[in-house]
Design a protein around this ligand. Sequence first.
Ligand SMILES: O=C(O)CCC(=O)C(=O)O
Ligand SMILES: [Fe+2]
Length: 437
Amino acid sequence: MATAVPMYGRRGKVLESGDSRAWRPSEARDFGASGGAFPECAVVQFPHGMGWDHGDGDASAPVTLGVDFETLCGTAAAKAFAERRSTPEYDGFLRHVDRCAEIVGEYGDWTRVASTGGALRGAVAVRRVSGIDPNTVEASFLLGEGEPVVVEDGGRNWASWTMDDFKLELDSFFVRCNDRAPARRSEEGPLQRTHQLAFRDYVDYVHRRDGDGCSPRSFDRERVPFYANGLRAFSESDSAETLAKAFPRPYFARECDQTDALVASITSELGKRLRFDEHISETLAKGVSKSLDKVFCGPRGAITRLHFDAGDAHGYLGQVVGRKLFVFFPPSDGDKLGVIQNDPTHALIDPLDPDFERFPRFCDAQPHACILAPGEVVLNPRRWWHYAVSLDSSVTVMRNFYTVNTNAEALVEMFVSSAAGTMKDSSGQLGPRAATL
Ligand SMILES: O=C(O)CCC(=O)C(=O)O
Ligand SMILES: [Fe+2]
């Protein structure tokens, strides 16, 4: 008898979602009466049992060439990590390192001037505060255009984990990493390369690559680092609860992160109007909330190119391991940064190595820069452009959030489109109710 096979879009989404628990066929009966294969499932399959081992042995599993999917992915990743390939932004970062090294001299520490040297000369130092009153955060930093701020004790209730603590905890969690982040709809220069592997193997790669010390000479100048960015470890890993306990919401965000309350009222309102059963409302609420907490792990030189966060979201980014250089530009600088036409939340300027000939208006843009150390959290108001690069092997915990007074509308929109998607998913096409949203 055929097993209950999840519908298209709900199975084998390993490549898209990074969820290694997604359904994949593993027994003959999974292929159903038609015997057809599932092209979207990344596992070796044989339609109509072709090539199946019908001998004496166990005929229940598809032939897997003796290796499982995870192993195959890990091998491909290791090969890509060893390839000699770079990207314009990694080369730009290395030029910045060299300019900073020139400033401090042979025996100086280039990271001391990483936020003030080279192209960042003239950058405004991001304001630093500590022990702030959570009730003042919205008015001081989020209303109007807002202003980024480093909360030096922002991670005071966080665990001080090392990268190896993350490795132990996340272990076999299957993660995606890539050499150009974030992904863009269109790419100038080399296309983004993406690989997947177990988190423990990724951490081994980071250790191997970075070694000790971070002198300009110790950078691998031929191989761009792969960055494990936007990991949904808070929601999709078996360690979600442990992580939530180790890295609770920072104290200063207690009042201004109103996302949970907003999500609750939006789902209940939407549920009433669309006559959802409770289950759909809950699935929606969880799905949206889940997507907001992320982990970023990478070697020195792992870069997030210039962008602002989609969905009109505010964000906070906290360092748990290593230091990270952030460069911000105010929303009003957008037209000076080489915004990508069909990708308006992304910009082409490299803040560390700008091409003034191509983007002459960049001369008038005002960078704001900071180096974030472990335990510090930077608040990133909506629509502020930002660029980030790891100065050490790094782990960052990040969350996007919403407040009633500033960006709640965008959250509503996100729900409406996500609700339409959910209805589309479960009926195979856009249902009549979703179509009228
Ligand atoms: O690499 C980082 O820490 C920045 C991440 C970020 O801004 C984002 O993914 O939206
Ligand atoms: Fe961002």
